[in-house]
Design a protein around this ligand. Structure first.
Ligand code: NAP
Length: 250
């Protein structure tokens, strides 16, 4: 009998998450498309996947809230079966700013949306996947950022630091669950064409910066999705606690 294939992708209505959900569905995964507020994008994506012969559900949940995460995972248990792949992708960015102009509200919002959310989803996934709890194993892929390495000075150090935390989470958790049937890896995208740059206050940011990228262009969400899919697949079966940079050479 073939292994069950159930994937939850957080923040999957748009951008990198949407491209990832499409790719997993095309490869036979039953997919949960999680979103926070953009119901229309999530529903449109679900229609597309279903029309293509794929299986999916959409679940509204703010993954920075403990109760929402519990509801999200139990909805998946009931509708699709136990999750075998978690892609922690949901994330936010605030307007470009120097550190001395950031207040506690902004910093806490970045940290709860970008870090607490990943911890909470990892916790729910480990409880279901780990052989310690009679699970069948599974894979977690965290979406970090090249910002974890650059620090994003004069733009958003808060966001960059939140992604640094994801790199550390990836390393620590990968070692904690290595003997329990779970692999944990991470992708670090660079400049990718999504709505996120508009949230940072500069929709055309990639156009401004693309000349400094060795490959001389921004990346597409689909290019990140392929790397996530590979890390979730058996083809990367000896990889855990690793980082895959997708930044065009930056
Ligand atoms: P995006 O187009 O702005 O999409 C972000 C998604 O996250 C949206 O679907 C949003 O939901 C969801 N989201 C945000 N907070 C959430 C929460 N608390 N609960 C549930 N969903 C939440 O961004 P993207 O560029 O695809 O980013 C995806 C990931 O890639 C993020 O982790 C980001 O940091 C990372 N990344 C992006 C780039 C880039 O250049 N774009 C580079 C490096 C890393 P709604 O649609 O409901 O608002």
């Amino acid at each position: 009998m073939s292994k069950p294939k159930v994937a939850i992708i957080t923040g999957a209505g748009r951008g990198i998450g949407a491209a990832t959900a499409k790719l997993f569905a095309r490869n036979g995964y039953a997919v949960c498309i999680n979103y926070k507020s953009d119901k229309k994008s999530a529903n449109d994506l679900a229609k597309l996947i279903t029309a293509d012969g794929g299986q999916c559900i959409t679940v509204q949940a703010d993954v920075s809230c403990e109760n929402d995460v519990e509801r999200l995972f139990s909805t998946i248990d009931n509708a699709l079966g136990t999750v075998t792949v978690l892609v922690n992708n949901a994330g936010i960015l605030k307007k470009q700013s120097r550190l001395e102009d950031m207040n506690a509200e902004r910093i806490n919002s970045i940290l709860t949306n970008n870090v607490t959310s990943y911890f909470l989803c990892c916790r729910a996934a480990v409880k279901r996947m780990s052989t310690r709890y009679s699970g069948l194993g599974g894979v977690i892929v965290n979406v970090s950022s090249g910002a974890a390495l650059s620090g994003s000075p004069n733009e958003y150090i808060d966001y960059a630091a939140s992604k640094g935390a994801i790199d550390t989470l990836t390393k620590g958790l990968s070692l904690e669950v290595a003997t329990e049937g779970i692999r944990v890896n991470c992708v670090r995208p660079g400049l990718i064409y999504t709505d996120m740059h508009a949230d940072g206050g500069e929709p055309e940011r990639i156009e401004r910066l693309k000349d400094i990228i060795p490959l001389q262009r921004g990346g597409q969400p689909e290019e990140v999705a392929e790397a996530i899919y590979w890390l979730a697949s058996e083809k990367s079966s000896f990889s855990t606690g690793n980082y895959l940079d997708l930044a065009g050479g930056l």
